[in-house]
Design a protein around this ligand. Sequence first.
Ligand code: UDP
Length: 237
Amino acid sequence: MKKEQLYEGKAKKVFATDRANECIVSYKDDATAFNGLKKGTIRGKGEINNRMTNYLMQHLEKEAGIPTHLISELSPTDTLVKRVKIVPLEVIVRNVIAGSLSKRLGAPEGTELKCPVLEFCYKDDELGDPMVNDYHILAMGWTDEATLSKIKDYAFRTNEYLKKFFSEIGIDLIDFKLEFGITADGVLVLADEISPDTCRFWDSKTKEKLDKDRFRRDLGDVEGAYQEMIRRVFTHE
Ligand code: UDP
């Protein structure tokens, strides 16, 4: 079923299948940060990110009506997905100030935002994924106005669903990054992953970081944090 490798990214490989409109995503334990400057391995990460992404996407489809690229989980690390053309944007939603926003606004991490903040970055490693706004996106033709408006709607609805989901397992959803794609039939779907690599998760009581910041900032017990997150996600009713 798995045919030639189409692409290898920092955390995943993508393979062709015998169907032109489907491909297989294979999650790796490799971790990178700071645009590839820091490299390492997080044991068990591939499996955890694959299973968490699929669980959340399945729930987002069913309970929040967000279309996703998910077709079916093939193994602990591999998933069959719809082949899409990725919209070259990182769609970031923030509920609490952290990371780059803390630096940009000079506000301490942990500061609550009065409403969710939506940001776009243009996906280009060489440029370091620069932040852009609606005007850049439309003027460069990265997507059209109707699709952009749907992306915003899906991003905020995903945030509402995930915020509640994670609060029920004792986790504050600080911020996260989404990517969207267009299927062969021209349908906009949520793609990529939703995992501790792409979200900031803080324990609601202790505010302990349970995400990739443990790797980025050398906070220790990175594997333990990923394991704790998948354990909690699977205890959600
Ligand atoms: N993020 C991501 N990939 C990126 C950049 C950011 O998944 O290339 C996620 C990151 O994990 C966090 C959110 O997007 O949950 C906001 O990240 P931020 O802009 O604060 O950047 P960072 O501080 O991670 O460089």
